[in-house]
Ligand binder design. Sequence first.
Ligand code: PEP
Ligand code: MN
Length: 285
Amino acid sequence: MGKQVDQEPLGASAPARPLARRGIGQADTEVKLPQGLLGGQQVRVIAGPCAVESREQILEIASFVKAQGAFGLRGGAFKPRTSPYSFQGSQQQGLEWLALARESTGLAVVTEVMDPAMVGMVAECADILQIGTRSMQNFPLLRAAARSQKPILLKRGMSSTLEELLYSAEYILLEGNTQVILCERGIRTFEQETRNTFDINAIPALKRLSHLPVFADPSHGTGKSEYVAAVARAAIAAGADGLLIEVHPRPEQALSDGRQSLDFERFASMMGQIRRIAAALDRSL
Ligand code: PEP
Ligand code: MN
């Protein structure tokens, strides 16, 4: 009988230690943007609507979150919707509105790219390319996004392990793009009260396993606005380098993810709490 083999051999080109893994004593990697660093001493908040809906909507949100101390503006122009009948995003027009919002506020723009063929177009507007949970293992997309040389916010697949997330980061790093931010956004479990189960364990685990900055998305992680601030506080307390937060001035009218979007009052209150938790950990916001 042949020997039992429980591991495939690594390719000849595999390094002794995967690039996403933290070497002994290796310092944190900082992602560098004109607006500042991610993964350094400062906790960073990237906030905005789930979807860019109109010029007025994105400008109103951008100026509010900027005034509250946000570092970046999030907003999908191309939306990965579960149903093909749901709003698919304002597309190229949305990218133009995002660029306007950056001009008027100076915020770093984070937006999702879903298609390898669209990387060039999205990268023209985005400061950070978001890879969504549904795309985490779209390897051609990871490679194409990496080659833009833009920083990449890589969301954990909703049914992926941390090891799989780190291998997806590896695809980006192997293209010579070192600017990767890992993002826990909740995983599928049997629990029904929340949309996803935010895996708080992922925060200290990823900080230990990897040198890359680790973000938390408690909006998708909970799916309900009333839980977002609590999980945001927990994530920062657990060592996250930043937050991705959905904000909408009128959540009940939002074209996507209104149920989990913070209104302005709730966002301002969360920012005050995060600022105090960051200070307790010798970080600032
Ligand atoms: C989003 O950020 O709006 C989004 C679609 O996120 P996820 O890919 O985590 O569902
Ligand atoms: Mn969303």
